[in-house]
Design a protein around this ligand. Sequence first.
Ligand code: 9WO
Length: 255
Amino acid sequence: MKIDIITVFPDMVEAALKVGVLRRAQESGLLLARVHNLRDFAEDKHRTVDDYPYGGGSGMVLKPAPIFNAVRFIMKNDSEQQYVKANRKTPPRVIYLTPQGQTFTQRLAEQLSLESHLILICGRYKGVDERVRQKLVTDEISIGDYVLSGGELPALVLIDAVVRLIPGAIGDYESAQEDSFSGDLLDCPNYTRPAEYDGMKAPEVLLSGHHEKVRKWRRQQSLKRTFERRPELLDTAYLSDEDLSFIESLKSCND
Ligand code: 9WO
């Protein structure tokens, strides 16, 4: 997968791409990430990327030309520019991170992980000139209902969630499979050595080596947590008859 990020703070984005899963995905060739400094695409000697809003008011707006120039640069020399017909490839998704976008979910992360090319536009100040959204942007995405100072952190959140879903990106493939399988439920509690820490014991069943009992305990803990903290998730989760009767038992004990 190719991911291009357009930002006025390339250092901020590059720092996060240098560590952990994102670093390894690049080293193994699963991810080609490129960070573009919006200023490099400005058209004046001062490399101006922002300007006053028409109509007045506080804050600045990102000018259209540098962003159009950056996206044009990214798309040229790129086989995808001839995606029409002959080429089977789909055109890149051009994503603008904004609180006004559709909410980012695990489902959307899964869909985006199937794409071959994402272009992420990080806004600053009051955001981008509306013509960027009209002509360039294919998807507006929000990572949650709050306002930040720019789109860089949301872009990194999106990249992290998407890249770890690319097959092979997580060393231990089972973990990705596991959370996509039980992805409708909250995780169960985890323990590691020592078996007793400061008087607090790890649950006996986890030490028993009894795999079926461990599986059942974990499943029930997930169901219990989900029931207590996010009951609405149970409405859409895949639940076995065993799960359903366990949930019924939770409902009857109100303590
Ligand atoms: C800045 C500003 C300054 C003066 C008056 C009004 C103003 N509104 C904003 C503003 O909302 N700026 C945004 C900053 C423009 C787009 C990039 N920025 C951003 C993205 N903040 N928060 C996000 C974001 C993106 C995705 N999910 C959650 C938050």
